[in-house]
Design a protein around this ligand. Sequence first.
Ligand SMILES: [Zn+2]
Length: 73
Amino acid sequence: MALIACPECGKQVSSAAPACPSCGHPIAGGEISKTDVAGRAVSVLGAWLVSGWVARAIFVIVIGIVAIFLFSR
Ligand SMILES: [Zn+2]
């Protein structure tokens, strides 16, 4: 059982509690796990997009070098 900060009032709340005992903001289940999954999905998607761009940039540079060699002959 972990203590987390309530997103509404910032007080320490048990992560197993259904709602914040101080302000009544819902804690367990839904919101936090959804943002956690969304954050992981965004980071994985971002890393995939960045690696895709790097691979594309290297591919374009290699094609450019080959084109320069072909045109210089
Ligand atoms: Zn609260």
